[in-house]
Design a protein. Structure first.
Length: 329
């Protein structure tokens, strides 16, 4: 069966879920350390891809995330999250191979009509199971609920403001706890109670807008985006980067230590091979002659840190990307 293309657009909201292999019989989290590693990886995903986490809940064999994507990049963000967590899980548990049952499930969410209800559905997971995992929901550590009621300090990468604003309670923490205690609405229970959950949850106006306007718009732009970014080979990205800086491909492929112009160009080319072309670390490493893909990861991580503080470098990257796009099409 052909893979269905996900609908991605700027500032879309998604309810994302995934389970362990063998219909969830494989545990995704065997210990507190596994939970901590996933949360750490989630934080890194937010920092790298600019997604916004509005709520999360990690269960033993599955997880729930409520994600907003300002950059229309849910697939790339989730591929990173699931892929990196799988590597770390296998390393710490001395195992090998996939741990998830397959592609993650994502549901497009009508923010105005369902964001508030959906955070409640996600946060109530630990007590909505056949055998509740805790007596009091606030005692469950591995969800964003304790932060929502101010029981623990909210991490910087978790966004609670929008949900609290929608609730409109004067005492936001007490008000949210009271809202959660009311239980899931019949509508939400019915929606998620079906075996095959629909790919969108929204009111009639949102569903019509999504079907008649957003889907055609996204599909019309998809081919262009793929041609511009994902269709570019590593050699093409490196060629155009070299051209922009007036250097040869041979020059920037050579490993140069220090902060000379060639090493700066090389590092930018490596970064763009991953960020713009979405190429794997191993393939990038082979092209540049690295002995280990970890060296590529070090370069791209360093670039991202520098981009977060250096305005001149940020502007330079944007100019190179524009040059690549203009010359590749």
């Amino acid at each position: 069966m052909p893979r269905v293309e996900r609908i991605e657009y700027e500032d879309a909201f998604y309810h994302v879920m995934n389970r362990g292999r063998e219909r969830g019989r494989i545990k995704l989290f065997k210990s507190d350390d596994d939970f901590k590693v996933f949360v750490k990886t989630l934080k890194e995903t937010v920092e790298r891809f600019g997604v916004i986490i509005h709520a999360y809940c990690l269960m033993t064999n599955h997880y729930h995330l409520l994600i907003q994507t300002p950059k229309a990049n849910i697939s790339r963000a989730m591929r990173h999250l699931n892929g990196v967590y799988t590597q770390r899980y296998n390393q710490s548990n001395h195992s090998d191979g996939p741990i998830f049952r397959g592609r993650f499930k994502s549901i497009i969410v009508d923010c105005d009509a369902y964001l508030l209800q959906l955070t409640r559905y996600i946060h109530r997971n630990p007590i909505e199971t056949r055998k509740p995992m805790v007596k009091k929901l606030e005692d469950y550590t591995w969800s964003s609920y304790p932060a929502y009621i101010n029981q623990v300090k909210s991490p910087e990468w978790l966004s609670t403001e929008l949900t609290h604003q929608m609730l409109g309670a004067k005492q936001r923490y007490y008000g949210y706890a009271k809202y959660i205690a009311m239980g899931n609405s019949e509508q939400m229970t019915k929606f998620y109670g079906k075996g095959n959950v629909a790919s969108i949850i929204g009111d009639k106006d949102f569903s019509t807008w999504f079907r008649d306007e957003k889907i055609p718009e996204v599909k019309a732009n998809l081919k262009v985006r793929q041609t511009i970014a994902y269709g570019l080979s590593i050699s093409e990205i490196v060629k155009y980067t070299a051209q922009y800086f007036g250097q040869s491909v041979k020059e920037i492929k050579q490993l140069k230590k220090g902060r000379n112009s060639q090493s700066k160009t090389r590092n930018m080319a490596i970064y763009l091979c991953q960020e713009l072309g979405d190429h794997k670390l191993k393939a990038i490493g082979q092209f540049f002659g690295f002995g280990h893909s970890g060296s590529v990861s070090y370069v791209t991580s360093t670039m991202r840190r520098q981009l977060s503080t250096e305005k001149e470098l940020n502007a330079g990257v944007k100019n190179v990307v524009a040059y690549i796009i203009n010359n590749a099409t």
